[in-house]
Design a binder for this molecule. Structure first.
Ligand SMILES: C[S@@+](CC[C@H](N)C(=O)[O-])C[C@H]1O[C@@H](n2cnc3c(N)ncnc32)[C@H](O)[C@@H]1O
Length: 240
């Protein structure tokens, strides 16, 4: 199974590379809400982009979803029915985000990315945020959630060394090369990058305490499952 997963993973990445220069103009989405590195934490009404096998097969016939269920690794978290429903009821684009965001300029209202940026090397991460700037409309919002480097480092003096190393610095899933963490951020580091790119009003948001009413409306109406079940730090930057 492990060998098969590695082969499928390499094939999935190869396909991502073949499609690297795509720039799609989405039709009829208003507002256009994009979730980068979505995994299976997806919501109705969002355009979910990920480089995984799940995103690749989402548009394939339903029997393929059942076929790939075990291979995808999703069986650790979801029943087969839940997995099939997630793929069939949501909109995915399969894309290796190391090659940028596969959308044309200035069409997106909100870019949301959760626990994904740390899966890119530093320069690739900055390029991705520049890409977010490129695809956002004037007044658009980028929302970035990452594991907090400050929190991770605080585990060490508390004696939680293994937890720090395995959950934050050497995260690994032998079946997917995408699972690795390649960089880490604290708020200041991320703010510096977002400021340099040109985002305005970058600020830190506390988990489940949000001053941005419009965002709360979106999460309430569209129910981002992530916010209900994981803790984290939130950042937001507005386009000028
Ligand atoms: C830890 S998961 C986060 C999933 C979800 N956003 C969440 O918060 O639960 C990281 C996701 O990033 C995706 N990923 C990692 N590197 C990627 C890349 N270069 N291009 C596209 N997706 C990538 C993985 O496939 C995985 O789904």
């Amino acid at each position: 199974m492990k060998l098969l997963r590695n082969i499928v993973d390499s094939f999935t990445q190869l396909l991502g590379s073949v499609k690297r220069n795509r720039r799609i103009r989405p039709k009829g989405d208003s507002p256009l809400l994009v979730n980068l590195g979505c995994g299976l934490s997806v919501c109705k009404g969002w355009l979910n982009i990920d480089g995984s096998l799940n995103a690749l097969i989402a548009s394939w016939p339903a029997f393929m979803h059942r076929l790939f269920y075990r291979l995808s690794g999703a069986s650790q978290y979801y029943s087969q029915q839940e997995y099939c429903d997630l793929l069939q009821r949501h909109r995915f684009i399969h894309h290796d985000l190391i090659h940028g965001i596969p959308l044309v300029d200035g069409v997106v209202d909100v870019v949301y990315t959760s626990h994904f940026l740390e899966h890119l090397y530093k320069n690739d991460g900055k390029r991705l945020l520049q890409e977010a700037y490129r695809v956002l409309k004037p007044g658009g919002i980028v929302r970035v959630c990452v594991p907090d480097l400050v929190y991770a480092l605080a585990l060490y003096p508390r004696g939680e060394k293994e937890k720090m190393l395995l959950n934050y610095f050497f995260v690994e899933d032998q079946g997917s090369q995408y699972a690795r963490h390649k960089y880490m951020y604290d708020f200041e580091m991320l703010k510096t990058i977002l400021d340099e790119i040109g985002f305005k009003g970058v600020q830190r948001c506390v988990y489940r305490r949000d001053k941005h009413l419009i965002w709360i409306v979106w999460i309430t109406v569209l129910r981002i499952p992530y916010i209900l079940r994981q803790s984290g730090r939130w950042l937001v930057g507005n386009m000028p």
